[in-house]
Ligand binder design. Structure first.
Ligand code: SF4
Ligand code: SF4
Length: 477
């Protein structure tokens, strides 16, 4: 990242922090980028077309352009990168909300401490119950979510939940990767999460625009912009080398947010040799107690362009979309960048058990737009010629941080992603599908198998798929 974007000297929580997001610098870049001529934009697009990524000046130029020819090329290259690097596989996950106690007052969130409702955290038995239901949906990868509350939901509670989940074994497998989305915390606490087997540490900056940040974070420790912004630095210092960033689009100028997100990525690359493992792109959506009229919502066309530009900028970083988006929107975004989606989600503490009891959601964190069941989402992905993947192999093989990025950038990751997707899809079909579903999965596997480039891995994948059909489980490369 250009040094001009680094401003030192902000004090946060009694320690000297380095703030690498400079509002004036980013606003200046966005303004200057409006003058970018065709040659500059074409050079950036050519670079992206070679899978070389983009620096933040190039990103600013692409975001500023509304020239239809440029837009057409942005989408075409995004589609090409998506297909070339990720192929047809789409990684599946589900959120697991364990506690809605929260000391923060985030204006856009129903868990904010100003709202009064019967708050709760799951007992370990309830955690087991939720996980049993998630496992019955076929999930192997979860994102654990909790509000911030040192007393009601201390780090030891989160660690206990993780241990409970990793200890659970079912006939059809287990949860194999727990990503964790909890409030910014200390190096010591990140170290504990690492020791307990965290997958990716996920934290959204929400907005990088400090005045907007302070406007919506009205009370609580999260109000400290600098402490929140430097959370990944502390996580990396503690040895968590897979970190997942994101912004909540709708809180400030979306181009400002995109550029700042990319500068944050460059900061992590410079400092730790590896940027974001994943980027999430949630758009603000209604939550109980929130007035949508207070926000500048991001329209679909702008949102699509942002997803495509991020795909061009960081071709090897996974992109995550949640059930906040409608079915139609998800379909479009899968083509131009998204590589991971949630399915069958509940955004409420204890929500999976409630749904099983056919009780109405009481206080979800936000309102889900895509309410289809996991099975129907997965089935429809196959209709669209995608391969839903329940793979967690990289984490289990120790391919994290720069080890993962080296493999991703070499292009060899394709030799493991697709085989793992086919084997985990086969497992899923055998364990959770009815006959038509099994047939659909078998057709998808037969269609994709010849596209595995490495002959040895192709043969081994074929053998493993047969073994899975005969009852064996959990093969991965
Ligand atoms: Fe609490 Fe997170 Fe909601 Fe803010 S966004 S109120 S920190 S749960
Ligand atoms: Fe993700 Fe690694 Fe599995 Fe590919 S092989 S889907 S990168 S976990």
């Amino acid at each position: 990242m250009a040094n001009s974007a680094i401003v030192s000297g902000h004090k946060a929580k009694g320690r000297q922090e380095t703030i690498f997001i400079d509002k004036e610098y980013i606003e200046g870049l966005l303004e200057t980028a409006k003058q970018a001529d065709d040659a500059v934009i074409t050079a950036a697009l050519d670079k992206a077309d070679r899978f070389e990524g983009l620096n933040h000046r190039e990103i600013a130029a692409l975001l500023a352009s509304n020239n239809p020819a440029h837009l057409e090329r942005i989408f075409a290259i995004a589609g090409k990168i998506k297909q070339h690097i990720y192929g047809n596989r789409i990684v599946m996950f589900a959120p697991l909300y364990v506690s809605d106690h929260c000391v923060n007052r985030c204006a856009y969130c129903s868990y904010n401490c100003g709202h009064s409702f019967g708050r709760r955290k799951l007992t370990q038995d309830e955690v087991r119950e939720e996980v049993r239901i998630l496992e019955a949906m076929g999930h192997k990868r979860i994102a654990m979510e909790a509000g911030e509350h040192d007393k009601e939901c201390p780090i030891d509670y989160i660690l206990e939940c993780m241990k409970t989940i990793y200890d659970m074994k079912f006939e059809n497998g287990e949860i194999r990767r727990i990503n964790v989305n909890i409030a910014a915390t200390t190096v010591e606490n990140y170290r504990k999460l690492k020791e307990t087997g965290i997958g990716t540490y996920i934290l959204f900056q929400e907005t990088y625009h400090q005045p907007a940040y302070e406007r919506v974070h009205q009370a609580g420790p999260k109000r400290d912009y600098a402490y929140h912004l430097t959370a990944f630095d502390r996580a990396q210092e503690a040895g968590i080398d897979d970190v997942g960033g994101g912004v909540l689009f709708g809180l400030a100028d979306p181009y400002f947010e995109t550029l700042a997100l990319m500068i944050h990525n460059e900061h992590l690359e410079e400092r730790f040799g590896v940027g974001f493992h994943t980027i999430s792109v949630p758009r603000l959506c209604p939550a109980p107690g929130m007035n949508m009229a207070d926000y500048a919502l991001v329209d679909d066309a702008t949102f699509e362009k942002i997803v495509a530009v991020i795909r061009l900028a960081v071709p090897f970083t996974g992109m995550i979309l949640s059930t906040r988006e409608s079915h139609e929107m998800r379909k479009k975004l899968l083509k131009i960048g998204i590589s991971q989606i949630s399915a069958g989600s509940s955004t409420e503490v204890g929500g999976y058990a409630k749904r099983e009891r056919q009780e109405k959601a009481h206080n979800p964190q936000f309102i889900v737009n895509d309410e289809r069941s996991a099975l129907s989402i997965i089935s429809e992905l196959m209709d669209d010629e995608y391969i839903p993947s329940f793979c967690t192999a990289c984490y289990r093989n120790g391919r994290t941080g720069d080890r993962f990025m080296r493999l991703a950038k070499s292009g060899d990751i394709k030799n493991v992603c697709l085989p793992n997707a086919l084997m985990t899809l086969c497992e899923y079909a055998m364990d959770y599908g009815d006959e038509p579903f099994k047939q659909k999965a078998a057709n998808a596997i037969a269609r994709e198998m010849p596209t595995i480039g490495n002959a040895k891995i192709r043969a081994k994948t074929g053998e493993n798929v047969e073994k899975i059909r005969l009852g064996q489980r959990d093969f991965f490369f």
